[in-house]
Design a protein. Structure first.
Length: 151
């Protein structure tokens, strides 16, 4: 939640955006969530969002669609003043890693093995060498590993 609050905006792929909107958009949410999730819900609901999509025509939820050349669009967003842009998804981070446009990586590992789902950075064309800058552990047992690229 702190990362979302500190970021100037979130950049999401279409699938992640739609999944997050369904779960966390407060004015349209139909499912009941535990009370402890409400601070996160309020933070992501209020955040400025950009969604990378060639198929979405209309978005709400404080969101703008990013179209065209991904590298150019992200360069423009990074030039805007502020603290930074949060990134989410599976396909989008791989594309931005290929373009060298990620300044910091944070991997949150939860103490649960799902056994299915997409693999992060599958098929990346080059190795990424990272330097750990932070490693907090949470009461749940989850660990947030933060890295910067070695350049």
């Amino acid at each position: 939640m702190e990362n979302i609050v500190q970021a100037d905006a979130l950049l999401l792929g279409r699938v992640t955006y739609q999944m997050m909107e369904e779960a966390w958009r407060l004015d349209t949410r139909t499912m009941s969530m535990p009370d402890w999730t409400e601070p996160f819900a309020r933070a992501i609901d209020a955040a400025k969002k950009y969604v990378v999509s060639s198929t979405l025509d209309h978005v709400g939820w404080n969101t703008e669609v990013v179209r065209g050349d991904l590298g150019e669009a992200v360069h423009r967003l990074k030039q805007e003043p502020g603290k930074g842009i949060g990134l989410g998804g599976v396909t989008l981070p791989k594309a931005l890693a290929e373009l060298g446009l990620i300044d910091e990586y944070e991997f949150i590992v939860h103490p649960r093995v799902a056994g299915h789902g997409p693999t992060l950075f599958a098929g990346l064309s080059k190795r990424l060498d990272l330097r750990r800058v932070r490693l907090p552990e949470f009461g749940s047992g989850a660990v947030a590993m933060r890295y910067e690229p070695r350049r």
